[in-house]
Design a protein around this ligand. Structure first.
Ligand code: PNS
Length: 184
């Protein structure tokens, strides 16, 4: 670290991106975005929204714990949670960039509205979009939950830890677990 610069002082720690989301749960699509963003940013803060209105399957504590385990060996990734307005959290983190993944054009309108609202709330912040890799363009947390709940396989689309936690949440009978390849 450069002389005179304090550890934790993000204004002197290079390029920081805040990657916000519900991450309910984290998928390989999200992980792919984080890994590619690390080629551009020195630090990516995965900011997990409390947002109780969306009635998440996993509590924010569970989502944070899973993400911390998944990224424990990935330098440059910090897992955190936030309540309230995203722009306030970004400002507090001394970051200037909000990172979001874009899958299909269907994501665009929602993302465009959100980025425009955030920019109207704070003109100094920008939203950067990264296209999801082709392997994951059809993967969303919502469909992962639906498939897992109905006993389909989510193998290869979410980390094993997430697959196990989904299995616990939905408490599938043993026979069904074997069918979907989770009973290892
Ligand atoms: O993964 P998601 O659910 O699409 O993420 C949406 C999220 C959490 C980024 C968004 O809902 C958000 O920023 N929530 C915090 C509240 C806020 O700032 N709302 C104004 C943005 S339009």
């Amino acid at each position: 670290m450069t002389k005179g610069r304090k550890k934790g002082d993000q204004t002197h720690m290079g390029k920081v991106a805040i990657y916000p989301g519900s991450f309910d749960p984290l998928t390989y699509g999200h992980i792919d975005i984080v890994e590619r963003a690390l080629a551009i940013f020195d630090k990516v803060i995965l900011a997990i929204a409390h947002d109780a209105e969306k009635k998440p399957l996993f509590t924010v504590q569970e989502r944070v714990e899973m993400a911390k385990l998944i990224f424990k060996d990935t330098p440059g990734v910090v897992v955190d949670s936030f309540k309230g307005l995203l722009v306030n959290y970004v400002e507090k983190s001394n970051a200037k960039v909000i990172l979001r993944g874009l899958r299909a054009t269907s994501d665009f309108e929602y993302e465009y509205h959100m980025a425009s609202m955030n920019r109207s709330l704070n003109v100094h912040l920008d939203t950067l979009f990264m296209m999801t890799s082709k392997d994951y363009f059809f993967v969303s947390s919502r469909t992962i939950k639906e498939v897992a709940k109905l006993g389909g396989t989510v193998e290869g689309l979410v980390p094993d830890l997430v697959a196990r936690r989904l299995k616990e949440k939905f408490k599938l009978p043993v026979g069904e677990r074997r069918l979907i390849g989770w009973d290892d």
